[in-house]
Design a protein around this ligand. Sequence first.
Ligand SMILES: Cc1cc2nc3c(=O)[nH]c(=O)nc-3n(C[C@H](O)[C@H](O)[C@H](O)COP(=O)(O)O)c2cc1C
Length: 154
Amino acid sequence: MDIFEAIKKRRSIRRYKNREIPGEILAKILDAGKSAPSAGNVHPEIFFVINEQEIKDKIASAALNQYFILEAPVVVVVCADVEKSELHYGTRGRELYCIQDTAAAIENMLLLAAALGIGSCWVGAYDEYKISEILNLPGSVRPLAIIPFGYPNE
Ligand SMILES: Cc1cc2nc3c(=O)[nH]c(=O)nc-3n(C[C@H](O)[C@H](O)[C@H](O)COP(=O)(O)O)c2cc1C
């Protein structure tokens, strides 16, 4: 699939098959995220890969009860190390670049997933405090998106 096709074919998928994503495929998707542009090449993005049903359960509840997340074999919580960006670029790094960098990484992952036949959905509606607590994040790391990945069942 070429890039234009992937862009046009990507849709938010909220039903997933009960089928694991092979490790090498997931690694490619994460690598696509890490290959995104980043202000000053700082790369503040951090990916938490979650397979455990119990943690997915907590995440779905913190995501305003969006229980479709539970169907996905893998859930990636995309975070930004806000202090890392701030260290390089001050307020602009903290308030803008770390969010733009992370968004670029997310879109890269969604597009590569679509090209590889894997469905995903950018989930942004959640209680940020609760997600930080579930993942035991330090204050400098903000969870900026939750992305369930799985083979589409719709
Ligand atoms: C910042 C952001 C937050 C979003 N949050 C959610 C969400 O919490 N739950 C959900 O089901 N979809 C969420 N979406 C997906 C949008 O609903 C979806 O992209 C939009 O309806 C367009 O559909 P498409 O992705 O299939 O083109 C979010 C998308 C973005 C970019």
